[in-house]
Every structure is written in C-alpha cells, then in structure tokens.
Write a new protein. Structure first.
Ligand code: CU
Length: 250
C-alpha cells in the first residue's frame, strides 16, 4: 500500500519534532604522567570530631593510574571563537553546576575549574565546623597570596556560593583541619574540563565552537609550568593528549 507524498511529509515532520537534532561536539583527550614526580602522597594521623571514623588522613597531590593516567588536570581552550547560535548549535547540554563539597574533612573534588565571575557552590557535608579560606596562588615554594574570601560553615548541609572575578589559580584551605586543601583554576571562558581517574577530559561545548586551530592549556597543581599545545577543531570536535613529565614537579 502506497502513502501519498503528503503523508510521508507529515511523518517526516513528526520524526523531526520527536527527535530534535542534538549536536554533541566536544574536545576530548587524555593526560598521562611520565617519569617520577618530585613529591609523593603521605598518610598521617589526625583525629578530629565529625571527620569520619578513621583518623588516618592522606594528602591528595597525585592521582595516577597504572599507565600514568593523571587526574586533577585542568584543561582549557584559550580564546575560543563561537559561531552565532543557530537552531543546530543551540545549547544541547545543560552547563553542569560546579560544586565543591567537604566530606570527611577533605574537599571533593580536590581540583575544580570555574569560569571567572560565575558562582560555584561550596557545601559542608560534615557535621562539624569548617572554614573556607581562599587565597591566590603565587607559585610553588612561595608564600601564599592574599585572602580572597574566608568564611565558616558550621552545620551539615550548609551551602554557600562564591565566585572569583579574576582568572588565575586559587587554593582553598581550612584552618580547623590543617590538611584540608583544594585547588580552583579560574578560566575566562567556559571551555574547560578536569581530567578524571582515567586521565580523560571532555570539554563540553554548549554552543558551537568555530572551526579552527586553538591554543589549549593543561595545568596540574603540582607542576609549576602549564602545558600548551594546539588542538584542531572541526565541526566542534577536537582531540588532543597531554604528557606531563616528572620530575619537573614540586
Ligand atoms: Cu575543616
């Protein structure tokens, strides 16, 4: 049985309506560590109420997989150019909210990236008092920079929002629990990602990025130098991999 063309047209329009065209265009890659870094993580004893049952704490400087997969690396595109939003490249993915949580008297995640001027959440997941002191990071083996903010969170579930207006590197620390430290890399755009435990990163682009070659940078808190290379982006897709080499760390 043959359908008249008009019916075909209606079915086509219905399908387009039901299954809108989502363009999922990401810049992806992996980060690995080669060689042996200068420092290593340590475990130590620090009993504190409200910090979980175990009094054994760990520094969290390195998350390295068996093949050198390096987590906690912030990767971002420098000066991205965007096509004018169209029906096709209109935001297809919600921009994920950035949050940092205090759990068991550690910051989770240990490293975040945020856009300058955009608020992110700071959550107390513990039934104990923390304060969050944010300082600028001037460089390794140098005294910390100025305080940007410092406030207390006294109860479990307390949630506050803060923002950094200037791109750069900031550390968060708690004066109640001296081992608590986290890193915030502030970028002047939203084309950034943080590598996971497999060393993988995905820069999600809610709006289409224009074709071209872009400078892309990678930063790990234990390396003074930022890695810089070029990624070729075509139809919103690009792949690039980074290698951090020890012992040029601290
Ligand atoms: Cu604390």
């Amino acid at each position: 049985m043959a359908f008249p063309p008009r019916v075909f047209g209606s079915i086509f329009l219905l399908l387009v309506f039901l299954f809108p065209v989502f363009v999922r265009a990401d810049v992806t890659g992996t980060v690995v560590l080669k060689g042996t870094p200068n420092s290593h993580d340590e475990s130590f004893y620090a009993r504190a109420n409200g910090c979980g049952e175990s009094p054994i704490r760990h520094t969290e400087n390195w998350k390295v997989g068996q093949k050198g997969e390096l987590a906690d690396v912030v990767v971002w595109i420098v000066d991205p150019k965007f096509e004018a939003p169209t029906a096709v490249n209109r935001p297809a993915l919600p921009v994920s909210e950035v949050a940092i949580k205090q759990i068991g008297c550690r910051y989770v995640p240990h490293v975040i990236a945020v856009q300058a001027g955009i608020p992110f959440k700071i959550i107390n997941g513990d039934a104990t008092l923390h304060n969050i002191r944010a300082k600028t990071f001037v460089g390794p083996n140098l005294p910390p920079g100025d305080d940007v903010f410092n406030f207390g969170q006294s109860y479990q579930g307390q949630t506050d929002e803060r923002q950094f207006d200037t791109p750069g590197i900031y550390s968060l620390q708690c004066d109640v629990h001296s081992w608590m430290q986290a890193w915030v890399r502030v970028v002047d755009n939203y084309c950034f990602a943080v590598s996971d435990e497999k060393g993988a990163f995905t820069i999600q682009q809610p709006v289409g990025i224009a074709d071209g070659d872009y400078k892309i940078e990678a930063w790990h808190p234990k390396f003074a130098a930022t890695l810089e290379q070029t990624v070729h982006v075509k139809n919103g897709v690009g792949v690039t991999n980074f290698v951090f080499e020890g012992p040029k760390s601290f």
